[in-house]
Design a protein around this ligand. Structure first.
Ligand code: FNR
Length: 363
């Protein structure tokens, strides 16, 4: 056993190791109805057999208009529940817990799938897109100006998160991650870059954090007591010369979220504005480390963590409790199996699928 491969328990969920798969949009719902397809079953299935502690499924719309693109997954109807159930059942058959990242994309909704050969920008209504909404009528660079949300719109978003959470439970997901990062709706409310409201949802820290707090409280009350609730946040907008979201506010918010029943946070950065970001190996770890140290909540680090020793060192040095891997996992569906071997676990300790016994890594 090594620290990276030691188990962690969040509420009633036992997770066999600290290598988690990051949510990553696949843009593969070719039917444009939010229903996960064969691609999703194969993509998540391969990784469910790949030894991860937890898989977090891609940003999934709580409503049709909350999707990032027309080709994104959703959880607003029963057909979607049934399609997800097949995927969660398979993950469980491999001993892998699986969660879903619930999202409303706000002013970053209705975009073209981020795939080779696709245009960028907002998909026009005439081409299957939809009117976007946001805290204020302030556009993200390169996207349409959203319609400023009414209080009724805001209340509907909370209801949609609750309904999608109930459906996630029905679909067999083991945990829910609320997407509060990367410039999507909840982050849009947090940051003055997107939120210029003058009502109870804008202005002060308490007002800008109101929506995410209300979503967390409502979702927490709607899911089983034993189910952990995760939140992903962007710790900073990386913007210095105008009012924006930053690490101090993140720490303050995570204190509050912990008190409201959030069990772990995944700390990313950016997404609300074009910014100059010092990208490099583990470039966001410092933010996770600060949250972990100052709030004392189970914390995941993410962002250019690619090597087993690098991941293990983060845990050993107490900088994070969990490492979440994105692109490395697109390259290597069984990253944890290889990492476990490289970190010296014995074959018996590594969760190889039985059928792959002749292909195990050996010394
Ligand atoms: C992402 N990322 C992302 N993040 C998120 O919170 N929800 C999502 O649905 C997606 N979608 C997505 C798709 C693809 C193809 C990539 C590559 C990334 C960001 C991702 O979860 C992760 O935070 C970053 O990729 C940084 O980690 P890595 O890739 O450096 O390990």
């Amino acid at each position: 056993m090594t620290s990276l491969f030691s188990p962690i328990t969040l509420r009633g969920l036992d997770i066999r190791n600290r290598v988690w798969m990051a949510p990553m949009c696949q843009y593969q719902v070719t039917t444009h109805d939010g229903v996960p397809q064969e691609w999703h079953a194969v993509h998540y299935g391969a990784r469910a057999a790949g030894g991860f502690g937890l898989i977090v499924v891609e940003a999934t719309g709580v409503s049709p208009e909350g999707r990032i693109s027309p080709a994104c997954t959703g959880l607003w109807n029963d057909e979607q529940v049934q399609a997800w159930k097949r995927i969660t059942d398979f993950a469980h058959s491999q001993g892998t817990p699986i969660g879903v990242q619930l999202n409303h994309a706000g002013r970053k909704a209705s975009t073209h799938p981020w795939l080779p050969g696709q245009p960028s920008g907002t998909v026009p209504v005439a081409d299957g897109g939809w009117e976007t909404v946001g805290p204020s009528a302030v556009a993200q660079n390169g996207l349409d100006i959203p319609r400023e949300m009414t209080l009724e719109d805001i209340h509907k978003v909370i209801d949609d998160f609750v309904a999608a959470s109930r459906r996630a439970v029905e679909a067999g997901f083991d945990t829910i991650e609320i997407h509060g990062a990367h410039g999507y709706l909840l982050h849009q409310f947090l940051t003055p870059l997107a939120n210029t409201r003058t009502d109870d949802y804008g202005g002060t820290f308490d007002n800008r954090t109101r929506l995410i707090r209300e979503v967390v409280v409502a979702v927490r009350a709607a899911i089983p007591e034993g189910m952990p609730l995760l939140v992903r946040l962007s710790a900073t907008d990386w913007i210095k010369d105008e009012p924006s979201w930053d690490a101090d506010q993140t720490v303050r918010l995570v204190h509050v979220l912990k008190d409201l029943g959030v069990d772990a946070v995944d700390i990313s950065t950016g997404g609300a504005a074009s910014a100059s970001i010092p990208v490099g190996p583990g470039y966001q770890v410092e933010f996770a480390a600060r949250v972990k140290k100052e709030v004392g909540i189970p914390t995941s680090a993410v962002g250019l963590i690619t090597e087993p020793r690098q991941a293990q060192t983060l845990i050993d040095e107490g900088l994070a409790d969990i490492v979440t891997l994105g692109r490395a996992v697109l390259r290597d569906a069984s990253w944890p199996l290889r990492a476990a071997h490289e970190l010296g676990l014995s074959t018996e300790e590594i969760p190889y699928p039985a059928s792959y016994w002749r292909g195990v890594w050996s010394h």
